[in-house]
Design a binder for this molecule. Structure first.
Ligand code: IMP
Length: 183
């Protein structure tokens, strides 16, 4: 789905598909160089990171496995609750492995700092974070994010995996919503 298909629901496009894909290619090249000779496992957080994972993984210049976790974070609202519950755990034993968490967005960072601590406690060799988007509040909780695609303003965004009440994940770009959508 393109922005044109739902123009009435959108306020403005922050990042188009071309910008996202070329940034992901740069990040993939950097990750590949950093993890040369290591046992890299990409861990995605469902469902928002599905599209980032698909494009980041394909942009890598070599093969790497992926695994997934699902946790509860947002309901249909727009604020993080900070309450984290594992809905689906990893299929993989990460003992001794170099885990790279792949995220769509870091907002308060509450979700991510919890996931990072949880994975680190399983004796992984390393647990780093890669996110396509980062909001300014991410600096409030200390989360060390190794790879950031774009810093964006403190606005609620949808598209490229990000939803509002499970809608708009299939939008190719990242955009803000028109006020009437929240009404
Ligand atoms: P945090 O715990 O505040 O960092 O929130 C992390 C999760 O909240 C992300 O993985 C998203 O699922 C969701 N989220 C945060 N900001 C946005 C947004 O602007 N649009 C859609 N989802 C968001």
């Amino acid at each position: 789905m393109d922005a044109d298909h739902i123009a009435e629901d959108l306020d403005r496009v922050l990042l188009d598909e071309g910008q996202i894909l070329s940034r992901l290619q740069e990040m993939a090249d950097e990750i590949w160089a950093d993890y040369a000779g290591r046992d890299l496992l990409l861990v995605g957080v469902l469902k928002g990171a599905v599209l980032v994972m698909a494009d980041l993984l394909r942009a890598l210049p070599g093969t790497a496995p992926m695994d997934w976790m699902a946790i509860s974070s947002y309901g249909s609202g727009t604020k993080s609750s900070g309450v984290v519950r594992i809905l689906k755990d990893l299929d993989t034993d990460i003992t001794g492995r170099d885990v790279l968490i792949v995220e769509d967005i870091v907002d308060s960072g509450l979700t991510l700092s919890w996931i990072q601590a949880n994975l680190a406690s399983r004796s992984a060799a390393s647990v780093e974070i890669c996110t396509l988007l980062r909001k300014p509040d991410a600096s409030k909780v200390h989360v060390d994010i190794k790879y950031v695609g774009f810093d964006i303003p403190n606005e609620f965004v949808v598209g490229y995996g990000l939803d509002y009440a499970e809608k708009y994940r299939n939008l190719r770009c990242v955009a803000t919503l028109a006020p009437h959508v929240y009404a």
